[in-house]
Design a binder for this molecule. Structure first.
Ligand code: GDP
Ligand code: MN
Length: 376
C-alpha cells in the first residue's frame, strides 16, 4: 500500500526526520485558516498517490491566506494521472538552496535493500538516471546489518550529499524497518538557505503482508484499484483479478494456482485467482461465487475443490445458495473430490441447475470450462 505524502510526512516526523510544518484539509476556507497559522504564505500540495504533481500544477505557492483558499479550491478535484485530488496539504514554504534525492528500496532479485541517492534531486529520478547515470548512486544494504552512521556516511559521500544528511539517512532506514516499508523515498530532501536539512516530499510503500502487526493501517485504509478486489476484500476473500475469461475458485492457494496453470494449458485465460481457504463454509463459497459472477469478463466458471478440512457437501450447499442469490447467466463447471465428495455431488445433482455441470477430474473440468468460454 502506498501512503499519501502527508502520511509519509507524519512517519518521517515521528522518526525524527525534519519536515516543514504542514496541515491537511479538504476545505478551501480551512486552507485559509491553516495558511494564517503557518505565517501567511503556504505551499498548497495536492494529495494524490502519484509523482509529478508539481509538473501537473498540483503544487503551488500561495503568497497569503486568501490566495491559499483560492489555490486550494483550484487544486481540489483536479485529476492528476487518473488520481482525483480529495485533499491538499498546506506546508510552510522554505527557501531552497539545494535539492537531493534519497531512497531505500527492496531489491527482490538480490535479496537485499538498495540505497539510492543523488545530489540532483527534485525531479523525476528515472529521468536523472537516464540522462546522467553517474549522478545517481546505488549502494546495497544488507537488511541484517541495516544502515549505521558509517553506512550512511558512505552513501552520502558517494552521492555528493552534505554531511548533515547522514542523520536523515539513518533515520529513514529506521522508518523502513519499524514501519515495515518496501520503499521510502524523499524527493526532494533540501538544504535551505539557512542551512537546514528538510524532507520536502515523501513516498512510502508499506508491505501489505506485515499489516497484521501495524495496527495503525487498518483494513479500511487499503485502497483497491479494482472494484471486484475491493468487494472480495470486504468479504475477507483472497482474490486477485486477472485478465482472462475463466472465473476460478478453489480451496487452498496451491490448488488454485495449479488450477490457473491447467486452465492456461487448455488454451483459456483465467479471469482471477480466488482461494476460499481451508474449512471454508457455505457462506464463503457463496460470497466467492457472487464476486466472480459479477465480473463481466467471466464467460465460464471453474470450481475446483479438494475437500480436506472443507467437506464437499458444505461447498455444494454454498454453490446452491450462491446460485439462488446471484442467478448466474454463465455456465459453471464443478469438480468436487475428497472429503464427502459423493455427498456434495449428490447435492448438486439434486439441485439440477441448468448452468451447472460436474466433472470428476481437474483436467477434465479445466478442459470443459475452457471450451465453454467460446459457447457461453
Ligand atoms: P512532486 O512533483 O509530486 O514530486 O511534488 P514535490 O512535493 O516534490 O514538489 C515539487 C517541487 O516543488 C519540489 O521539487 C520543490 O522544488 C517545489 N517545492 C515543494 N515544496 C516547496 C516549498 O516549500 N518551497 C519551495 N520553494 N519549493 C517547494
Ligand atoms: Mn517530489
Amino acid at each position: 500500500m502506498d501512503l499519501y505524502e502527508h502520511e509519509a510526512r507524519a512517519l518521517f516526523e515521528e522518526h525524527g526526520i525534519p519536515v516543514p510544518r504542514a496541515e491537511v484539509t479538504d476545505s478551501p476556507q480551512e486552507a485559509r485558516a491553516i495558511a494564517r497559522r503557518l505565517g501567511g504564505s503556504a505551499v498548497v500540495k495536492a494529495q494524490a498517490k502519484t509523482g509529478g504533481r508539481g509538473k501537473a500544477g498540483g503544487v503551488r505557492l500561495a503568497a497569503d491566506p486568501a490566495e491559499a483558499e483560492r489555490t486550494t479550491r483550484r487544486i481540489l478535484g483536479m485529476d492528476i494521472k487518473g488520481h482525483r485530488v480529495g485533499r491538499v496539504m498546506l506546508a510552510q514554504p522554505v527557501d531552497i538552496e539545494a535539492e537531493f534525492y534519497v531512497a531505500y528500496v527492496l531489491d527482490r532479485a538480490a535479496g537485499r535493500f538498495l540505497a539510492i541517492a543523488s545530489a540532483v534531486g527534485g525531479m523525476d529520478i528515472e529521468e536523472v538516471a537516464a540522462t546522467r547515470p553517474e549522478a545517481v548512486v546505488r549502494v546495497p544494504v544488507d537488511p541484517a546489518e541495516g544502515v549505521t552512521s558509517a553506512t550512511a556516511g558512505a552513501i552520502a559521500q558517494a552521492a555528493g550529499l552534505p554531511p548533515q544528511t547522514v542523520d536523515v539517512l539513518v533515520r529513514l532506514w529506521e522508518v523502513l524497518v519499524r514501519e515495515d516499508a518496501l520503499l521510502v523515498e524523499v524527493n526532494p530532501l533540501v538544504r535551505t538557505r539557512q542551512g537546514q536539512i528538510l524532507a520536502l516530499d515523501g513516498k512510502v510503500t508499506l508491505d501489505d503482508n506485515a499489516r497484521f502487526r501495524q495496527a495503525r493501517w487498518g483494513a479500511d485504509s487499503i485502497s483497491y484499484d479494482d472494484p471486484l478486489e475491493a468487494a472480495a476484500a470486504a468479504k475477507g476473500l483472497t482474490y486477485v483479478k486477472l485478465d482472462g475469461e475463466v472465473g476460478i475458485i478453489g480451496n487452498g492457494a496451491g490448488l488454485v494456482m495449479s488450477t490457473l496453470d491447467v486452465v492456461a494449458g487448455c488454451g483459456a485465460r483465467p479471469a482471477n485467482f480466488l482461494d476460499i481457504g481451508g474449512g471454508a463454509s457455505a457462506q464463503v463459497m457463496a460470497d466467492g461465487l457472487s464476486v466472480i459472477l459479477s465480473d463481466p469478463a467471466v464467460k465460464s466458471v471453474l470450481v475446483n475443490v479438494f475437500g480436506g478440512i472443507t467437506a464437499c457437501d458444505a461447498v455444494a450447499d454454498g454453490i446452491v445458495r450462491a446460485l439462488d442469490e446471484v442467478r448466474p447467466t454463465k455456465p459453471l463447471v464443478v469438480r468436487l473430490d475428497g472429503n464427502n465428495a459423493a455427498c456434495g455431488r449428490t447435492v448438486l445433482d439434486e439441485h439440477a441447475h441448468p448452468l451447472v455441470e460436474q466433472a470428476t477430474t481437474m483436467d477434465g473440468a479445466a478442459r470443459r470450462a475452457a471450451a465453454l468460454v467460446n459457447t457461453g
